[in-house]
Design a protein around this ligand. Structure first.
Ligand code: SF4
Length: 217
């Protein structure tokens, strides 16, 4: 097989061509809305979040408004999303922090973002990448699976996957690769039945080559 750097470049180029519009599927209008959407998207789909957020942002359009909201009312609005009590609590607490510490703006430092209730490293990287195009690898279940099947990493721990891929992917393409590999995992490289026959990365994928003798990871 060709050397790793060349293979990664080819993988990145193919994915970028396949998914030229690699924006998040979450609907948002500003930094506050994106951070809230990302926090709400844990353990649910982006489509479900998009159904709940118009009413959420209509009633509480700013961090200051959400910071002053009654938790029970926020719970009612995001009830369909699962873990709604914890999410409502986190949204209100994070909004308070945004108001008290950052003048109502979303901070860009990783440490500051991950100190916000409901925001972990994955969410912070989504926010940093989309709002400021800052480098970072966004590891979710789709991304991790695709990278393991492509043998870009053998790690299963999300933070270890993130660190390994940060070393492999040039900084200026980390956000792009995070998003396009994620979309690839949803469209072709599904967990149970990857569509290797139609996969644009098949020629570069060790899991595809060995597929007759072993199942994809
Ligand atoms: S060839 Fe199959 S296992 Fe490899 S990336 Fe494509 S869909 Fe996934």
């Amino acid at each position: 097989m060709m050397d790793m750097d060349k293979r990664i470049l080819q993988i990145m180029d193919i994915l970028k061509k396949e998914f030229p519009n690699f924006q998040t599927l979450l609907n948002y209008k500003n930094d506050f809305e994106l951070s809230a959407c990302v926090a709400l998207s844990a353990q649910t789909t982006d489509a479900s979040v998009n159904k709940a957020t118009p009413e959420l942002f209509r009633r509480w359009p700013t961090p200051a408004a959400l910071a002053a909201a009654r938790q029970s009312e926020v719970e009612e609005v995001i009830h369909s999303l699962g873990f709604f009590r914890q999410k409502a609590k986190n949204l209100i607490a994070a909004s308070r922090m945004l108001v008290e510490k950052y003048g109502g703006k979303v901070p860009w430092e990783m440490d500051e973002l991950t100190a916000l209730p409901g925001i972990g490293r994955k969410s912070a990287n989504v926010i940093r990448g989309h709002l400021w195009n800052l480098p970072g690898i966004i590891v979710d279940t789709h991304f991790g699976r695709v990278c393991r099947r492509l043998e870009l990493t053998a790690q299963t721990d999300p933070v270890k996957v993130e660190m390994e891929l940060m070393r492999l992917i040039p900084e200026e393409r980390q956000h792009e690769f995070s998003m396009t590999a994620n979309f690839h995992g949803r469209k072709y490289c599904m967990s149970r039945k990857p569509n290797c026959a139609d996969c644009p990365l098949a020629e570069l994928c060790p899991s595809r080559i060995h597929r007759t003798s072993k199942k994809p990871i």
